[in-house]
Structures are given as C-alpha cells and as structure tokens.
Design a protein around this ligand. Structure first.
Ligand SMILES: [Zn+2]
Length: 434
C-alpha cells in the first residue's frame, strides 16, 4: 500500500492531552498512523499520495456506539409512538414480513452511504443477518462491531435460541482477527430475554473473548415491570445474573437510579447514550453528566434509523451536549470537548477498541475525517471543539478514511455506488408502503 501523507492539517488528536497541532502532517502506512509531525511535508522524490488540507480540521471519525443498521428499511415507517407500542405493534410485525437477507444487505448499503457521508468510521450493530451486515461493511471498507440479536422469540433468521447461539459462534469464528470487523454477542434486553438466555449469551461472549451488547433501562415501563417481576431494577437484575462487567456495553441507561449508576461504574460496564432515539420514543433523557462523573465509559449512539430517524453522529453529539445542559439547567454539564470525546475516544473505549481507534496517535489505525473548517457556518473559529459540536453540520465533512483507505474524498463516495443503492431502496420502500 502506498504511503499517504495528509499535510497542512489542523490536527485535533483527541489524545489524553487533547493536543491540537495547528499546522501538521499525518503519515499513514499500511493503514496506520506512522508519524504526526509539525509543519508541512517535503515529498520530493517520494512515492506517496499527498493530500494538502490547508485550512481544514483532521480528527478521528465518529464511533457510533449503538445502532441497528438494517432499520434504515423502516425509517419513517412508524413515528410519534411510545417505545412499547412502536416495537410490538409496528416494528416487530414489519420485521417479520420484510427482513430478509437481501433486504438487510440493501438497507445496510444505504446506512453505509449515510454514515460515511456524515463522518462515522466505526459502528456497533445489533440485529439479524449480521454475517451479511459484516460482509457489506467490510466490502465498503467500514469498521464495525457486529452481533446477532439473541431474543426469546423466533426472528427472521433463526427460530430457536440454540440456532441464534450457533449463528453468533459462526460470526465470531469467521471475523475474529479481521482488521475491520469485530464480532460481538448480543442479548436484546432484560425484558425480551429470559434469565437463562441472558446468562447463556454472557457465557458465550466470555468464551469467545468478545463484547456483550444489551439494551438497558431504556424506559420507565421497563424498570417498573422488572421491579414487579424480579424485585430488582434492570441494572441490579443484570448484575445479579453476572451480566455487568468491563466487557459489556449497555445501550440507553435512561432510567438508572443512584444505586444503579454505582453498580454500572463499579463493574466497569460501558454505556451507549442515544439521546435522539430516547427523545423521539418519549423514553426520557439520560443524565449523562452523572454517568461521566461516576467514571462510566460513555459513547454516543444513534440507535436504529426507525427511531431517530437518521444515523448522523454530528446531530447526535449536538443533541447530547445541548440536552445535558437544558434538561437539567446545568450549562457546564457537558462541554464541547467532552461531547466530542464521547463521540470518538469514549465510544472506542466503550467497545474495547481504544488501543486501535478513537484518537489520532502514532500506531493507531488511520480512521479519520477531514472537516471544512472555513465553511461560512463555522467561521470564525475561536475554539475548535465548539466549532465542531455547536456549529458544524455533516455536510462540512469533506473526506472520511478508515484503516488508511479513503471511503469518501471531497464528498465523493469511493467504495459504494450511491445512485444504484438509492434507486433500489426507492423501489423497495414503495413495495413496503403498499
Ligand atoms: Zn437499540
């Protein structure tokens, strides 16, 4: 692979010291950051691809810590409903009818277009047909954590739990060690999985040495029903079953009480904060500043496009920052730099990938974005983090790189045929709407 040099960049490293290099060069070799230097680059006589990004920010791409990519299939299919009704009366029946491997592949390709164009360089997915999802992501050059959603009723791609376990094992066997695809095990939630299913999933994740993903304390109803059924909150219930530890990432955590927060923090469990999905399904607003203060690793996730209705992490990061202030009247609750860390290195840590991605440091994978920092909606830039979190929109992202490969350069997608994907999804959407 030819060396890639990105020069004259304003580099936001997101390293531990939050170093910013006003005019720097990134040297990328074999997909990894080989060097970060100050000043321009003398490329005389060198076999390298040089990209001059004068006046632009270069920073790590977004880590979408919780999503269900194929749900782009149901974007706008059922809106303005509470979670339980939305899920049981609309989404589950639509999934039973329309979720096939072919449709999943198309929906994922559409999701990949949206993610690459909005700067996401890693996603954490829980759904069905994850083998196909992994293949589509790898083909497009995208990084992803993938796990088959284990649940106590028949799904589009497995009928029994043992079949679901077998799919999870095959997924792990095939992708473990792959440079871009990181297998995981998923238990859908404490309210859709029996205690036995939850523990079986956790044992499998531990045996395979992968992350366990789960939904946790998303709605007040979930907490009330769990208390009535088990005498415990969802977090305490999962803890009693051995499901909370540093290899677990739990989505939402909207309704965690003080004792739950302590449990999550003490066990090292990570959270995926999904503010827009929680707002749209009227689930509530997670008190994310309290989670950070307790020392919980927190990333940001979009959740599926059926409950968001986008996969745009720029919007998600801004919602996280603004809600943390407005909902609790605490202007200092989540400053711009902290929100940006959650969307990058925080997500990487939640997924156990912090030595590989999340910041721009020598030795890490070159997963990064180039932002047009001189766009009219961003000038003047007094503070880089404020410009990104409060002023930028995803169209200001010019280029996206994963593992040293450009997936988008100057707004041109390089690994996906967007026009064909759009036409195919238009046709499929018309069939589903009938
Ligand atoms: Zn979810």
């Amino acid at each position: 692979m030819k060396r890639k040099i990105i020069t004259h960049a304003r580099i936001l490293t997101l390293n531990a010291g939050m170093d910013i290099i006003p005019d720097g060069t990134l040297v990328i070799e074999d997909g990894r950051i080989k060097a970060i230097t100050t000043g321009g680059w003398n490329a005389a006589g060198e076999e390298a691809e040089i990209t001059d990004v004068a006046g632009m920010f270069v920073l790590p791409g977004w880590v979408n810590t919780h999503t269900h990519l194929p749900m782009t299939l149901f974007r706008g299919y059922a809106d303005d409903l509470p979670l339980h009704k939305w899920l049981t009366e609309h989404i589950f029946p639509a999934e039973a009818r329309w979720v096939t491997e072919e449709h999943v592949r198309l929906a994922v390709r559409l999701a990949l277009v949206e993610m690459i164009k909005s700067g996401t360089t890693c996603f954490n997915d829980m759904y069905f047909y994850e083998q196909a999802i992994a293949e589509e992501a790898a083909r497009a050059g995208m990084r992803g954590v993938v796990g088959e959603s284990l649940i106590d009723f028949p799904t589009p791609d497995f009928q029994t739990l043992s079949q679901g376990i077998a799919l999870s094992e095959t997924l792990a066997e095939r992708w473990q060690g792959h440079p871009l695809i990181h297998p995981a095990v998923c238990a859908h939630s404490p309210y859709t999985c029996s205690a036995e299913t939850l523990q079986t999933a956790k044992r499998l994740a531990d045996r395979l040495g992968v992350r366990l993903q789960i939904h946790l304390a998303e709605t007040r109803r979930e907490v009330d029903e769990c208390l009535a059924r088990t005498g415990k909150t969802p977090a305490a219930y999962l803890h009693s079953l051995g499901l909370l530890d540093k290899n677990v990432v739990a989505a939402h955590g909207v309704w965690l009480n003080a004792e739950d927060i302590r449990l999550v923090a003490d066990t090292g469990t990570a959270l995926a904060h999904c503010p827009k999905s929680n707002l749209k399904l009227a689930s509530g607003i997670a008190r994310v500043s309290a989670y950070l203060q307790a020392g919980i690793p927190v990333g940001i996730g979009t959740d599926g496009a059926a409950s968001n209705n986008s996969l745009d992490m720029v919007e998600e990061m801004r919602f996280a920052a603004l809600l943390a202030k407005g909902a609790f009247q605490e202007p200092e609750a989540l400053d711009a730099a902290t929100a940006l860390r959650m969307a990058t290195v925080g997500g990487a840590k939640a997924l156990g990938l912090e030595t590989e991605i999340g910041s721009l440091e020598v030795g890490k994978s070159a997963d990064l974005i180039v932002v047009h920092a001189e766009a009219s909606n961003m000038l003047p830039v007094y503070n880089e983090y404020a410009a990104i979190v409060y002023a930028m929109n995803s169209k200001n992202i010019l280029s996206t790189m994963v593992g040293g490969e450009w997936l988008m350069k100057n707004r041109q997608l390089l690994t996906l045929d967007k026009d064909t994907i759009v036409e195919e999804m238009k046709a499929l959407g018309a069939r589903i709407k009938k």
